[in-house]
Design a protein around this ligand. Structure first.
Ligand code: FAD
Length: 489
């Protein structure tokens, strides 16, 4: 591996690893820098939303993701007390009621997902350098220079582009001067594997309390505390801090001993105003932070990665049409803003007090109305989100992410996901001749029929977004404007 990669990806979390893999697939040379010596065992996310699950399946990772799905789903249902999805911990979102019930997320703990993504990226030749902490960022007209603290002293590394995938407290974001406006926390959550040494018999049953929410059982103790914000959010959670929080939330004094993993997080919601400043870009939690309510962070961040990877690689390889790289912020920022918006609503609905209790009852009743249930399902999954493209949309699928289409090519039954493994764009159409000049960028597949209502032909970008679709009638002009917008000839 050269010391002058095309792109330095800062952070080997899920988003950084997937981005590096996507860049490699699209022909760029990334280098990943990670401050931790070994992968974090912290069990933050336990699931990936449907769009990101499909994005990973497009790259051939579907079987690994779904291997123990039934077992994992049962485990999650046991822990949450329901197999249904939730809005603000009201577990009523019914998978069977949704518009596209076959498009579901998968359950996988974050450390396992990171292991899978690390294998995927390194299998493609991506180098990950651990114990490399970025402490300085400087960009000039031609490149970005990073100052990196390593066990062997400070090093300088240069690359044409840098992407900060270094999480919610991103150093890259801060040092590059990105604005990061938003709302401060309403609550702080604390979760620990813990033994309750004294006071367990006085604790109320798990659930809503006068100062927030209490969970306990199976060797775990957790609070959602609307009564304070810790001064030092980086300091490890202590037994005393947890005891104080239990007192604020329930009014009960307990004595606890921490026995394993601890976690603290808040529901502050902030988003970078742009995801690009010159040669420095942001993706994942570095670009947006919000409450984990509804498990949307990975869906959002992994979809940032697949949106950015092929665009940045095209810019580096010199075949990006004008404006391609800036379409990253234009497409992804509104999606992030929508997620922040719904997590704020979920926080408001979680706040303690009799007025919110009443509001939750009303909201829970509304969720029994199938259209409300579907509306919330769409909101949390992002399945109905459509990018706004700079040309007329010719079909309702345009701008949305494509499901794994089944189609017939000659006598053969086939699926789109067989063609997306290498990260290229794919055109499925009865007649692909109009796209011949783009053959270097787009795989052309002649099909007889596509098993999707009212779909005769479709152009799918490398990130799975539908660039153009047609109901069957010829639309050479529409197809050409989509091809010109996204790919050079
Ligand atoms: C309790 C909890 C539950 C959650 N549940 C879900 C869920 O069910 N579903 C879901 O989709 N999301 C969930 N999330 C959100 C999800 O965990 C995050 O969105 C996800 O971790 C974001 O990934 P990332 O790669 O952007 O950032 P991170 O996972 O934070 O990775 C950033 C990486 O950058 C490294 N780094 C930081 N600074 C530097 C530096 N200066 N130099 C080099 N490396 C650096 C870090 O060590 C880290 O490895 C949850 C979050 C929490 C807290």
């Amino acid at each position: 591996m050269t010391d002058e990669p095309d792109v330095i990806v800062v952070g080997a979390g899920p988003v950084g690893l997937l981005l590096a893999a996507e860049l490699r697939l699209a022909g760029a040379v990334p280098l990943v820098l990670e401050r931790l010596a070994v992968r974090s065992p912290q069990r933050k996310a336990r699931g990936v939303g449907p769009l990101a699950a499909e994005a990973l399946a497009r790259r051939g990772l579907g079987e690994r993701l779904t291997a123990d799905l039934a077992e994992r789903s049962a485990e999650k249902a046991r822990d949450h007390g329901s197999a249904k999805g939730h809005f603000s911990a009201i577990h009523k979102i019914d998978p069977a009621l949704q518009d596209e019930p076959d498009r579901q997320g998968v359950w996988i703990w974050q450390p396992e997902l990171e292991e899978l993504l690390a294998e995927f990226a390194t299998g493609l030749g991506v180098e990950v350098r651990r114990e490399h902490t970025v402490v300085g960022v400087a960009q000039d007209a031609g490149a970005v220079t990073l100052t990196v603290a390593t066990p062997h002293g400070e090093r300088r590394l240069r690359a044409a582009y840098v992407v900060g995938c270094d999480g919610g407290r991103s150093t890259v974001r801060r040092l590059t001067g990105f604005d990061f406006p938003g709302t401060p926390p309403m609550m702080t959550a604390r979760r620990a594997e813990a033994e309750i040494l004294e006071g367990a018999d006085r604790l109320p049953p798990p659930g809503r309390q006068h100062g927030g929410i209490l969970h306990h059982g199976h060797g775990m103790l957790a609070t959602f505390d609307f009564g304070d914000t810790p001064e030092d959010r980086e300091a490890p959670l202590t037994a005393e801090e947890l005891e104080n929080s239990v007192r604020r939330v329930t009014g009960v004094d307990v004595r606890v001993a921490l026995t394993g993993e601890t976690l603290r997080f808040t529901d502050h919601a902030r988003q970078a105003t742009t995801y690009r400043r010159g040669r420095v870009l942001l993706a994942g939690d570095a670009a947006h932070v919000h409450s984990p309510m509804g498990g949307q962070g990975l869906n959002l961040g992994l979809m940032d990665a697949v949106n950015l990877g092929w665009k940045l690689a095209a810019e580096i390889r010199g075949h990006a049409p004008p404006g391609l790289l800036d379409s990253y912020t234009a497409e992804r920022h509104p999606v992030g803003a929508r997620v922040l918006h719904n997590t704020r609503a979920q926080s408001a609905l979680l706040a303690p007090g009799p007025h919110t209790d009443a509001l939750r009852d009303v909201f829970a009743d509304l969720m029994d109305i199938p259209e409300v249930n579907r509306h919330l399902g769409r909101m949390l999954s992002g399945l109905a989100d459509a990018y706004d493209f700079p040309y007329p949309s010719t079909h309702p699928l345009t701008g949305r992410h494509c499901p794994d289409l089944a189609f017939k090519a000659g006598a053969r039954a086939d699926r789109l996901s067989r063609y997306t493994v290498y990260g290229r764009s794919v055109l499925l159409a009865p007649d692909v001749r109009a796209a011949e000049p783009w053959r270097a960028r787009v795989d052309l597949v002649e099909v007889e029929s596509i098993a999707h209502d009212g779909l005769g032909a479709v152009l799918v970008r490398p990130d799975g977004a539908v660039a153009w679709a047609s109901g069957g009638q010829p639309d050479a002009e529409g197809l050409e404007s989509a091809l010109r917008t996204w790919f050079s000839r």
